[in-house]
Design a binder for this molecule. Structure first.
Ligand SMILES: [Zn+2]
Length: 388
């Protein structure tokens, strides 16, 4: 608080001096006198350790006019940064209440007031302001983004979709990604109760963003439930083309689909194609398991060793140990290798499996919106030595 007073004191003094200089007529002289009285009262509060009252008095002293608008805006911003949102709100409200305030500064003060309300958790008031600003030139996108923050926080997905669609904001790539997830959020409860409209929403998600992995995963599981295994397989096959990092998320479901078609060779080809695309170690392990069935453990081990030279991973080394355990001649060597494998497996299990590419937040499960940076679709399976 004391550092703010050091800022406010000279501003108040300068303003009093300025008013005094201009006090050519009686009215201005009276104003100047009142300011001096307030200044003395402010100092009294200060010396009697009532710094809160002193700050409020000094704010009142700086009357809003064309010369002090920027001072008010700067002070309000400073108060909000310090967590004193009520004072920031008061300053912005004072500014907006002036009918003679130029339109650019009014819009700016309104936007800032909306921001104050957001910080204070007064979402309904913030929403009203940002909805009004949607119609003001230069504030449409900024206000829409703030509204989307509110609707994401309150999980009001219908309103979020309406804002994006009404103002055609999906042309911005980042907003198109968010829109696809809003449709997925709307679809999930419908899909859970078997409502066919869920699939329509998923198709709208893919129309908004045809790289939305979540929408492909949801669509594939709906099609499996409907008995359309071919359609489901097509959805899963599209995922590596959009983002090869998500291959580990589909491998078990795709294996089921190929088994349903009694087509193990087809599955093996699919896995080899994924490895060519740069898929991670889960795909390598699955392929090695297939090779072990068809060509034996030695061929599987050679495949794993060859891939690990190019892309070393803990999970891959752990799987490689499996072949050494099987081929160990003495029971002592087998038992030592088993303990070692158990230790490595435990380490792999306790490590996070997913990480946000935007902020680095890590998680044990796949989340579609990052709890830390709020980005959509940026949390992916971890790649590298500790991951895939
Ligand atoms: Zn993040």
């Amino acid at each position: 608080m004391s550092e703010l007073l050091f800022l406010l004191l000279p501003i108040a003094v300068a303003y009093g001096w300025y008013m005094g200089r201009r006090s050519g007529d009686q009215e201005l002289k009276d104003t100047s006198l009142k300011l001096s009285e307030k200044y003395v009262a402010g100092l009294n509060y200060l010396f009697s350790d009532q710094s809160d009252k002193a700050v409020d008095l000094f704010i009142d002293m700086i009357k809003v006019d064309s010369e002090t608008i920027d001072t008010h805006l700067a002070l309000a911003s400073l108060f909000r940064k310090r967590g004193e949102v009520d004072r920031a709100i008061r300053l912005h409200q004072n500014l907006i209440a002036r009918p003679s305030l130029p339109i650019e500064q009014r819009d700016f003060a309104m936007f800032e007031l909306g921001h104050d309300y957001l910080v204070a958790g007064l979402f309904d008031r913030a929403e009203t302001i940002f909805i009004e600003l949607l119609e003001h030139e230069g504030y449409q996108l900024k206000s829409a983004e703030q509204l989307l923050h509110i609707y994401e926080y309150t999980k009001d997905w219908e309103k979020a979709v309406a804002v994006v669609e009404s103002y055609k904001l999906q042309q911005k790539a980042k907003i198109a990604t968010s829109l696809a997830h809003y449709y997925c959020e709307l679809a999930e409860p419908l899909l859970a109760r078997g409502d066919n409209d869920g699939l329509k929403l998923i198709n709208q998600a893919l129309k908004a963003d045809n790289a939305c992995i979540r929408a492909y995963l949801l669509k594939a599981s709906v099609l499996i439930e409907k008995g359309d295994r071919k359609g489901a397989l097509k959805c899963y096959q599209e995922i590596p083309n959009q983002d090869v990092d998500f291959c580990s998320e589909i491998v078990a479901a795709v294996e089921d689909l190929y088994q349903g078609h009694r087509d193990p060779k087809g599955f093996e080809h699919f896995l080899r194609d994924l490895l060519q695309l740069g898929a991670g170690v889960s795909i390598l392990i699955k392929l090695a398991q297939r090779v072990a069935i068809t060509d034996g453990d030695d061929a599987a081990e050679a495949l794993v060793r060859q891939e690990l030279v190019r892309h070393p991973t803990m999970k891959g080394f752990c799987h490689l140990m499996h072949y050494h355990i099987n081929s160990a001649e003495s029971s002592k060597a087998r038992s030592s290798l088993k303990s070692l494998q158990e230790l490595v497996s435990t380490q792999i299990r306790i490590k996070p499996k997913y990480r946000c590419c935007n902020c680095g937040f890590s998680s044990g499960s796949l989340l579609w919106q990052c709890p830390s940076c709020k980005s959509w679709g940026r949390i992916k399976p971890i790649r590298g030595l500790d991951g895939e």
